[in-house]
Design a protein around this ligand. Sequence first.
Ligand code: 13P
Length: 252
Amino acid sequence: MGRAGFVAGNWKMHGSLVRNQELLDAVVSGTRSLQNVSCVVCVPYPYIAQTQSVLEGSHVLWGGQNVSQYHHGAYTGEVSADMLADLGCQYVIVGHSERRTLFGEGNQVVAEKFRAAQECSITPILCVGETLAQRESDETEQVIAMQLDAVIDLAGIEALGQSVIAYEPVWAIGTGKTATPQQAQDVHKFIRSRIAVHSGGIAENIQILYGGSVKADNARELFTMPDIDGGLIGGASLIAVEFISICLAAQN
Ligand code: 13P
């Protein structure tokens, strides 16, 4: 045991220069006493430079919400991992369900993005999770196994060990419907068991976050489950007091 806590905010497509400044300042000062928890904000591309200038030298780290699978070239509108690294990003979310469902990213592309991030020394936060229909037809484990296997097949198990995994049941994202701590725990345990087939050590050490309607008032209950190491936070990461309190709840 002894995995450190990890809380990442996914701002999604929200923010403005004025609001970001207030939010980032509040998060830095409100999490100053945090021990043994990484605190990360994943912000929209245009605000990464602002985020870097506010957070540089603080304990709060930053990252992107998506990345191209390509490193450079004629890919209009894309942003490469090299560019994120240039702006001090240490993390990037890959395979978020909104990317998978709204923008057609399949397991293979997600795996390529994962690899591109690591090639630039950026730690991917790999999102996995099932839809409501998949859960109701008992396919949760099969879907998540395929999402994990695509990355293991392309990048290898050692590479997976250098990432953070986020379990985000699609039916719990932005709906106010949180998975119960036990439902989340069961899937987190399954993810570790699937990784343990390749490496027991990696399965034990990898940080696995829960995401989907995490708020200040349900975070602690989720984070006390043995296989839940923290959270990937959407809506509540835009409200400083909520996000700070979620970060504090991830302290062991
Ligand atoms: P909510 O916390 O708004 O449900 O979003 C979760 C999420 O998608 C984080 O990546």
